[in-house]
Structures are given as C-alpha cells and as structure tokens.
Design a protein around this ligand. Structure first.
Ligand code: DX5
Ligand code: ZN
Length: 220
C-alpha cells in the first residue's frame, strides 16, 4: 500500500492535490501542533473538509500532545485510520478502544529513537504500527535505515500470529529507499516529497507500489 503525504502538497490547492493521487491506498494527513513537534500544519477542520472531496481512506497521523483528548474526534469525523504517538499518549489502550468504538482503525507510532519491545502488549489493541524513519516534524528528510530492525521485529510478530496489524513506515521513502523497507516487511509506505515532488504524482504512486511489490514477493 502507498499512502501519499499531503504535507508536501500545495496547501492552497488541497482538493486538486488529493485528486492528483487518485488510485492511492490511503491518504496520509500529518497533523502537527507545534508542541509535540516544532512544526504546525493543520487540524480537524481541514480533515473534515478533505473527507468531503475524496473517497481515498484517510490516514491521520497525529503528531500532537494530549492525543487522549483529541484523537477520537478524527475517528468521529470519518478518518479510516488514526495514529497517535506512544511518546505523547497517556493511555494508548484507551485511545485505541475509543478509536475503534468510533469506527476507525487505531494506529500507534514510534519515533526513530523509541524502542518497540516495551509496547508489544499494548500493540495487541492496535490495527497499525507506524514506524517513523525520520524525526517527525518535516517532510523531505533523509531515511534512517536503523529503524528497519523494528520493522523486522514487528513483521515477525505479525507473521507468527502474536500481533495482527499493518506495519507502516513514514519518512524519507522514495525510489532509493522503498525496496529495503519492503524487504524488511513494511505493508504500507508513506511518501510525501517523492510523490508531490514528482511531475505526475499518481504515476509516482504507481511506480513506488511496483518497486515495493517487486522487492518483496509476499506482495506479488
Ligand atoms: C514527517 C511526516 C511525514 C512526511 C514524510 O513528520 O510524518 O509524513 O510527510 O515526508 P517525506 O516522504 O518527504 O519524508
Ligand atoms: Zn506522517
């Protein structure tokens, strides 16, 4: 699965930019609050507006403080998957249950320096694990390959039936990095600058999907 990140899109033409990635599996929307991360982007009103103009399942990545308070609103609005950061969540299990009760999938994200092991039990409540492969906050950064060890561990836990979730990766995914991520066992690839920096974003999505599929015969 490929999830274009609209963080790299033209914010003055968001509806057109979403239409430009037709055929994407998920639409990745980066919500930043200038507290959990240094950057400030967009919030629930813009997500609600985007939900009216697209059928692509929306993948909301909340890089915010106090997700215990705010996350469920994105699920109630109709987001398909809502991901919170474990570093910000006071009670991730309650958040996951609230998100699912509101009809969304529940995602948990870990920053590059955050280990996976302490959260394996908690992840039983989640549908998605979002492994950050850059420090959250900005698009266009370089891929941190060290996080692929966490992807391999998560892949193994899923393949052996200990967890049931999608493994998603976010940050620095492009034609040079997607194959190693696919080989490590990623299911869903977020790509911002590699999609919106391309002349034809929909074509870039299709090309990334082909590359990932060819790198890992599990998807063939
Ligand atoms: C970074 C965001 C990413 C970002 C990825 O904090 O979570 O979703 O848009 O951008 P690229 O693909 O350019 O690294
Ligand atoms: Zn993101």
């Amino acid at each position: 699965m490929i999830a274009p990140s609209i963080l790299s899109a033209d914010f003055a033409r968001l509806a057109d930019e979403v239409a430009a990635v037709k055929g994407s599996d998920w639409l990745h929307v980066d919500v930043m609050d200038a507290h959990f991360v240094p950057n400030l982007t967009l919030g629930l009103p813009i997500v609600e507006a985007l939900l009216k103009v697209t059928d692509i399942p929306m993948d909301c990545h909340l890089m915010i403080e106090d997700p215990d308070r705010w996350a469920v609103g994105y699920a109630e609005a109709g987001a398909h998957n809502v991901t919170v950061h474990v570093e910000a969540a006071a009670d991730p299990v309650k958040i996951a249950r609230d998100l699912r009760a509101a009809g969304a999938k529940a995602g948990l994200s870990i920053k590059p320096g955050t280990p996976l092991e302490p959260y394996i039990e908690v992840l039983k409540e989640f549908d998605t694990l979002l492994v950050m492969s850059v420090e959250p906050g900005f698009g266009g950064q370089s891929f941190i390959a060290d996080v692929l060890d966490k992807v391999r561990t998560a892949r193994n836990l899923v393949d052996t039936g200990h967890l049931r979730l999608l493994v998603e990766i976010d940050g620095g995914i492009n034609a040079d990095t997607i194959e190693q991520a696919a080989e490590a066992g990623v299911d869903c690839f977020v790509a911002g600058s590699a999609v919106y920096g391309a002349g034809d974003p929909a074509k870039a999505v299709a090309a990334l999907r082909d590359q990932a599929r060819n790198a890992n015969h599990r998807f063939a």
